[in-house]
Write a protein that binds this ligand. Structure first.
Ligand code: HEC
Length: 260
């Protein structure tokens, strides 16, 4: 006889009415799909920024902290675009960028170089290439890349915190009906995502100060996904296929347990 006490308010999935189980199952199915789309979105929007496939810590640093390797124009001129203009013109453009990219110098020297060497492709007609027609457009490629600005971080922060709380409250509530031992493990799985989202959001800001905080973003994301997977699969499984342990099914309802 197992002497384990079960909290009087604890109900296993299979003790719940079928209507509640179908409600939980439907919610889980759509939430699972939502999580998949979220993963695809993160990979598509942040992955590969460092030139390699997949999501890496470098990608996270580039997204939130920006690049320390100068401006987009300079990077391009020293890389793939270096063959598009004469050495002398190239030197002149690099010098102009490093001297602060002033408008006066643009008008007297740089405008002509760009018009002659770049506008055949960068005239704005190709949406995938920077438009280099005119000083304002050129300046967009000369801004130092500082990653996401604070305004968009604040916006993303509140959306993430509300959204994730909502999702993991629902998921944790459903999962609380699963029978999981040891009990501390069940609680850790339920609580983990809330700590992860706090660490995740905080790390976006800290990356700007100290790039290795990108590891926090990465690890928080992985732990959150693990919690999601554990809660999702064990809930689905226990809802329909699991045999409830006898001592749970036969517990005396009136015992005042303190375990759930
Ligand atoms: C023959 C067409 C062509 C010409 C001419 C050309 N580019 Fe490009 N440029 C491209 C293509 C294609 C890419 C994107 C592919 C890559 O990065 O290799 C690109 C990428 C860039 C980028 C980085 C991505 C972006 O769009 O911001 C910059 C900056 C750039 N070019 C600047 C220049 C400058 C400055 C010149 C003139 C000196 C120039 N390009 C001339 C075709 C051209």
């Amino acid at each position: 006889m197992n002497a384990e006490r079960i909290h009087r308010l604890y109900w296993h999935f299979q003790e719940l009415p079928v209507s509640m189980r179908t409600l939980f199952t439907s919610a889980l199915l759509v939430m699972g799909l939502g999580y998949l789309f979220a993963l695809i979105y993160v990979l598509a929007s942040h992955g590969g920024l460092d030139g390699r496939r997949g999501l890496s810590v470098e990608d996270i640093i580039l997204t939130y902290g920006g690049s320390t390797e100068g401006t987009r124009l300079e990077t391009a001129l020293q890389g793939p675009m270096s063959t598009m203009l004469a050495k002398r013109d190239l030197g002149e453009m690099l010098q102009w960028i490093r001297a602060g990219a002033s408008k006066a110098d643009y008008e007297t020297r740089i405008h002509a170089i760009i018009e002659q060497n770049c506008l055949t492709c960068h005239d704005g007609s190709n949406p995938h290439l920077s438009n280099l027609d005119g000083f304002e457009n050129v300046m967009e490629t000369v801004q130092a890349d500082t990653g996401k600005d604070i305004y968009s971080l604040v916006r993303a922060s509140h959306i993430h915190m509300f959204g994730i709380t909502f999702i993991f409250f629902l998921l944790g509530f459903i999962f609380s009906h699963a029978y999981i031992r040891p009990l501390w493990f069940k609680n850790v799985v339920i609580v983990m995502p809330f700590h992860c989202i706090a660490a995740d959001v905080a790390s976006w800001y800290f990356i700007k100060l100290f790039a290795p905080f990108a590891w926090v973003t990465m690890i928080a994301g992985i732990l959150m996904a693990m919690s999601f997977a554990i809660m999702w699969f064990s809930s689905m499984y226990q809802m329909w296929f699991y045999t409830v342990p006898e001592h749970v099914r036969n517990r005396a309802r009136e015992t005042d347990g303190d375990i759930s």
